[in-house]
Each structure stands twice: as structure tokens, then as C-alpha cells.
Design a protein. Structure first.
Length: 379
């Protein structure tokens, strides 16, 4: 067993760290305060190859493995979790499935511009009444000659306001249950496709989360992804990979908060010495470091299994549930170590604590991850 990163992995990690410190840090607080989408930085991430990391170079991607992707995401999330989720959705939820299941025409038309960062994508599964219970799709796509007619509303869509391309999951044959569901590639600007209100969120405030509405949108038949009725399995398979991305985002938030808490503990003095010399703080730092490292190993293992083409549903869910709960816990500890300073914006850790919460919710709540793990072990 070899725990060393390769030289390529280290180079990707370094490039992402450098980018995040240079381009994301200086106005992360401002973007969070005003819910400002990091448009310029997302373009730069495209130029650096971070928006289509695992896509084959043939389709404009970086041809990298999942470990590289996880390393880059962690570095971006350490500084700005909002930028990390924008990147994660484009890579995992949009491009992975488009490249794996798309026709050659779909790949040329959509994968290439999405992988190079020229365009941005979003993934539309959740609905007002279909979150955890994802088979209960109310959005309908009814066959109508050369088109499907798409009607319905999607909720909580990350990148919803900025995306040029949406993967939309919809029910075509209700009587067939989840086997009647399809996924479609839908372009912004098509008649009947409206971007709804932007959510005013607790955390990841500079990523834009919107409701999307579809009213008699004509989706060409050739924009269905995969075979008829494959849409639900497509979505579930996509989420397996997405969960590795969110776990890496959570890891970044946790390790960013830990690094800040460690630096602060060495600087801040109470009772005549730096607080790092007090056991109460040492215990917290030691626990943070241990749990973060455990989360990291779970994530690397899941990423490695995906790269080896082994099943990774269970390991992705384990990585996601553990890393997200570590992120919530570690950011709370970081705020506590900072005391009053931790409760104000300037020290970043209060933002990290707010950002951490969503990792326990999106791409399947912690309860859903436990359900997925239990199903795998009881199979
Ligand atoms: N890969 C491929 N197929 C899968 C699968 C997987 N991981 N998991 C299940 N399936 C298949 C099953 O085999 C089954 O097919 P068959 O009947 O042909 O065997 C079919 O899908 C239905 O599976 P279940 O009967 O297990 O379905 P269920 O209704 O009991 O639900 C669930 C399973 C795990 C709860 C699922 O609904 C789920 O994951 N829910 C959470 C949804 C979620 O994560 N939403 C997040 C939205 S995206 C988001 O948050 C993005 C963002 O903005 C950042």
C-alpha cells in the first residue's frame, strides 16, 4: 500500500492551492456578504482546466483521475466553498454523465464547451416535492413527435442562474415508476425555460441557487441522454460520483478552518502564554486533525475505487456522510477556538461554519447516505 501522492497529483494540488490563495481569498468575504457569483474566477478555473478535470482531452478535458479532482476541490474549498461547489457540479453532476452516456453529437455539442469552461452546467433533479424521495418526479416530459414537451419546476439548483446547459430529470411514463424517468439536455434560452428566484442562503452564498421553471419547453428527441427510461439510474449513478466531490468540498472546509484555528492558537495569548499551550485547545486541535485525516482517507479510497472502475456507491456515501459531519464539527471548533473573533466575518471561520452545513444536506442528506450504506451492506 502506498499513501504517497504522485508528482502529477502534487502539481495539481499546488496549482489549485496557488489559484485559490491568489484569486479567491481576497474578496471571499465580500462575495459571501453580497451573494456575488465569482464569474471571473469561474472563467479562470476553466482556463486552468478545473471545470472539466476528468473529461478526456479528446473532448476538451484534463484527462485526470478522480484523486486529482479531489485534491483540487479540497484546495479550492479551503478558501471558498462556493467556488468549490460550482466546480463540483460542473465536473461531477454534469460532465461525468454527459461524457459517459452522451452520443458523439451530444459530446461534441455540449461536453467540449462545458469542459473548457466556455459554458457552465447545472443538474436538475430536486423538486418542491421530490428531494430525498427522488423517484417522485412531478416534472413531465411527454413525447410529442420529434420533441418531448417539458413541464415542471426544479428547486435548489446550484449554478441555476448562471448555467448555459441544464441536465433535467423528468417523468415520461408515470405508469412505469422510476423506469419511466428520462434525463434531458436543455439549453438556457429555449422558449418556456425560465430562471426563478435566487435563494437567499445561510452558506455557500456566492454560488447561485435558483428554482428553474419549464413550461411547454420543446426538447428535441436527440437531447434525451441514454436509452428511454434510463434517467433515474443515470441520476443515481451521477450522484455517486457527486458525493465524492461534496465530500472533498467538506474536507476542504474542515481543513481550511483547522489551519486557521491552528495559526490563531499559536498567535493568541491568554494567561501569559499562547492559547496553543493550553491543553483545552490542544485537545481540540488534535481531534480536528485526527478526524480530518480520517475523512481524507475515506475520500481518497472512494476516489481510488472509482478510478479502478470498482463499485463505489457505498464508499462515496461513507466519505460524504463522514466528511460533511467532520466539516460541521470542525468549523464549530474553529469558531470556538477563535472565541469572539470567530463570530465575526473578518476571520473567515464563521463563513466556513455556515458553508459546512449544506454539505450535510445536498446530494443526499446525511440520513440518505446512511440509508445508501445500509442498503449496500444488507444486500
Ligand atoms: N446507481 C445506479 N442505479 C441505482 C443506484 C445507484 N447508485 N441506486 C439505486 N439505483 C437504481 C436501483 O437499482 C433501482 O433500479 P431497479 O428497480 O431497476 O433495480 C432504482 O434505481 C430505484 O432504486 P431504489 O428502489 O433504491 O429507489 P428509492 O426510491 O428507494 O430511493 C434513494 C433511493 C437512495 C433514497 C434515492 O432516491 C436518493 O439517493 N435520494 C436522494 C437524492 C439526492 O441525493 N438528491 C440530491 C439532489 S442533487 C443536488 O443536491 C445537487 C446540488 O445542487 C449540489
Amino acid at each position: 500500500m502506498n499513501f504517497d501522492l504522485t508528482e502529477e497529483h502534487k502539481a495539481v494540488q499546488e496549482a489549485a492551492r496557488d489559484f485559490a490563495n491568489r484569486e479567491l481569498l481576497h474578496d471571499a468575504i465580500e462575495r459571501d456578504t453580497f451573494s456575488k457569483f465569482p464569474e471571473k474566477q469561474v472563467k479562470m478555473m476553466g482556463e486552468l482546466g478545473f471545470m472539466g478535470m476528468m473529461v478526456s482531452p479528446e473532448y476538451g478535458g484534463g484527462g485526470m483521475d478522480t484523486i486529482s479532482y479531489v485534491l483540487a476541490l479540497e484546495e479550492v474549498a479551503k478558501i471558498d466553498a462556493s467556488a468549490a461547489v460550482i466546480m463540483s457540479v460542473n465536473n461531477s453532476l454534469v460532465l461525468w454523465g454527459l461524457e459517459k452516456y452522451g452520443s458523439e453529437e451530444q459530446k461534441q455539442q455540449y461536453v467540449v464547451p462545458l469542459a473548457t469552461g466556455e459554458k457552465l452546467g447545472c443538474f436538475c433533479l430536486s423538486e418542491p416535492e421530490a428531494g430525498s424521495d427522488a423517484t417522485s418526479q412531478h416534472t413531465k416530459a411527454i413525447e410529442n413527435g420529434e420533441h418531448y414537451l417539458l413541464n415542471g419546476t426544479k428547486n435548489w439548483i446550484t449554478n441555476g442562474g448562471s448555467a448555459d446547459v441544464a441536465l433535467v430529470v423528468a417523468q415520461t411514463h408515470e405508469e412505469k415508476g422510476h423506469r419511466g424517468i428520462n434525463t434531458f439536455i436543455v439549453e438556457k434560452g429555449w422558449k418556456g425555460f425560465t430562471v426563478g428566484k435566487k435563494e437567499d442562503k445561510m452558506g455557500i452564498r456566492s454560488s447561485d441557487t435558483h428554482a428553474l421553471m419549464f413550461s411547454d419547453v420543446q426538447v428535441p428527441r436527440e437531447n434525451r441522454l441514454g436509452d428511454e427510461g434510463f434517467g433515474f439510474k443515470f441520476a443515481m449513478g451521477t450522484l455517486d460520483g457527486g458525493r465524492i466531490g461534496i465530500a472533498a468540498q467538506a474536507l476542504g472546509i474542515a481543513s481550511g478552518a483547522y489551519e486557521r484555528a491552528l495559526a490563531y492558537a499559536k498567535e493568541r495569548k491568554t494567561f501569559g502564554t499562547s492559547i496553543a499551550n493550553h491543553q483545552a485547545i490542544q485537545f481540540k486541535l488534535a481531534d480536528m486533525r485526527t478526524r480530518i485525516e480520517a475523512a481524507r482517507q475515506l475520500i481518497y479510497k472512494a476516489a481510488w475505487e472509482k478510478d479502478q472502475n470498482r463499485p463505489y456507491t457505498e464508499s462515496a456515501a461513507m466519505a460524504k456522510v463522514y466528511a460533511s459531519e467532520v466539516a460541521m464539527w470542525a468549523t464549530t471548533q474553529a469558531v470556538q477556538i477563535h472565541g469572539g473573533y470567530g463570530y465575526v466575518k473578518e476571520y473567515h471561520v464563521e463563513r466556513m461554519m455556515r458553508d459546512a452545513k449544506i454539505t450535510e444536506i445536498y446530494e443526499g442528506t446525511s440520513e440518505i447516505q446512511r440509508l445508501v450504506i445500509a442498503r449496500e451492506l444488507l444486500k
